[in-house]
Design a protein around this ligand. Sequence first.
Ligand code: GZL
Length: 318
Amino acid sequence: MKFRIARRTLLAAALSLPALAAVAAPLVLGFSQVGAESEWRSANTASIKAAAKEAGVTLKFADAQQKQENQVKAIRSYIAQKVDVIAFSPVVESGWDTVLKEAKAAGIPVILTDRAVKVADPSLYVSFIGSDFVEEGRRAGRWLLERAAKTPNASLNIVELQGTVGSAPALDRKKGFEEVIKGNPKLQIIRSQSGEFTRAKGKEVMEAFLKARDKKIDVLYAHNDDMAIGAIQAIEEAGLKPGVDIAIVSIDGVRGAFEAMKAGKLNVTVECNPLLGPQLMQLARDVAAKKPVEKRITVNEGVFPAEVAAKELPNRKY
Ligand code: GZL
């Protein structure tokens, strides 16, 4: 009798093995995030966390507080934990070759999200999913060209709040904007400085721009909405009307920008979509399953002038 039960138990166990094997262990994704510097970043983090939960992916998440050394530490810890895939949004473009070589040597594929890196060997990452920042800068420039064309003979002095020094969005948004306005005698950038993508620093730098009274400021070009919102406070405290005395063109398309446009304090925002979570989870699964993936995946984005802000605001997802 005993023998028969044992045999039946063994048989049942043997039959269930393929079923067990079919329910593979959840994918483990190690993610290093830039920080929590802006509304855009918060929406990006929320999208990644929600998508991981939805996809049944085990997410290990680290906030680097905008410091590259913290991202390198986080990537090294994911290598030590032998995660299946590593993904990160690199705070700056350079300085990644060594740690990405360590990930490659450990056989762990790396996905770039949001921002790009400059590395000698592009095989150090399998795919980069994120916006085209040069095009975002061009879109900001094109909006200003159209506005300038409506104000005949006016020459417009532009001040520029750049993003984080050395970051792909700061470098590329500057490049795209200048590509469009160059050669136009009516448009000149008279001052340009980093506001580090934050409201506080954006306000502080705009205050300094306003204090240097040598040239009238007609336009602010901000590399993200958070710096523009900080600058709006500085402009108001200087007794000027943002969006009227100083036209403001910005990038991201966060809720705060739509509210500022509704209030007549911001003139246009160029969308930069932070909701990359679902695409990242699918990409991580495909990479883990060794399926071929696109090296460069971009996201669709629009341009939202103040005239459409009120209508659009209820539709915004971030
Ligand atoms: C752009 C992203 C930038 C946003 C900022 O994809 O890297 O970083 O424009 C954020 O708001 O801080």
